[in-house]
Design a protein around this ligand. Structure first.
Ligand code: FES
Ligand code: FES
Length: 157
């Protein structure tokens, strides 16, 4: 066992865990943050995306101990004081989901995608969004409404 400390959704947490524990397992099973979904466990589907120190990370293929001292945000940490994040609102308003399994990862990836584009002065168009979400797989939709949602969310972020 090894001790790991990180800030998750603004709260400091310390746990004794197996060094081999995945970040996704740590979030879901040690902290009960089940909004981080696990769809493939092989870095393909993007359901498990969280932010670590401001960057998107696929939590299913990272070890929790790698994030000792890091600041991690999961989907549960996006809404502030009961108000949904603009990207969450946009997914809801544009019907960017069906079963919702991929949605948390889609939203976390999209928030990072839009933030990086704005920081770097990149135009957020359909091509940028489709390319940026290549690592996120949805089994339900044709992606059309997801892309619409991200473009709408980008307007209000
Ligand atoms: S569960 Fe992590 S990429 Fe699929
Ligand atoms: S909404 Fe069902 S997997 Fe994407």
């Amino acid at each position: 066992m090894t001790s790991v400390t990180m800030t998750v959704n603004g709260k400091a947490v310390t746990k004794d865990i197996e060094p081999r524990m995945l970040l996704s397992t740590f979030l879901r099973e040690e902290l009960g943050l089940t909004g981080t979904h696990v769809g493939c466990d092989t870095s393909q589907c993007g359901c498990c995306v969280v932010h670590a120190d401001g960057d998107s990370v696929k939590a299913c293929t990272a070890l929790a101990v790698q994030f000792d001292g890091a600041s991690v945000t999961t989907i549960e940490g996006l809404a502030q004081n009961g108000t949904l994040h603009p990207m969450q609102e946009a997914f809801r308003d544009n019907h960017g989901l069906q079963c919702g399994f991929c949605t948390t990862g889609m939203i976390m990836s999209s928030v990072d995608l839009v933030k990086k584009a704005k920081e770097q002065g990149i135009t957020i168009d359909e091509h940028y969004v489709r390319e940026g979400l290549e690592g996120n797989i949805c089994r339900c939709t044709g992606y059309h409404n997801i892309v619409k949602a991200v473009l709408a969310g980008a307007q209000s972020m």
